[in-house]
Design a protein. Sequence first.
Length: 94
Amino acid sequence: MVIADTPTKAGRGAAMKAEQIWQAAQGELQLQMTRATYDTWVKPTVVVSYADGELVIGTPNGYTQEWWQNRLLTTVRRILTGIVGAVMNAMNKR
């Protein structure tokens, strides 16, 4: 998952930290999924790195990465865009 560190819609004047953005996105995903689906596919993800305005979210294995690509990536992009108030580019990495 690659996301830009940009100011929030709320206009607090300071950019949200990458970890805060991802935690907010996880909260939204938790509301939209069954607990089992969230626990299996979203909960085990981690922030891998943050540099040059990009946040990389890691999945635990290739199978999970493929599942994200096929079933979750569009939803995550939409959620991230809503959180930061700007169009977000998203990808995941194993």
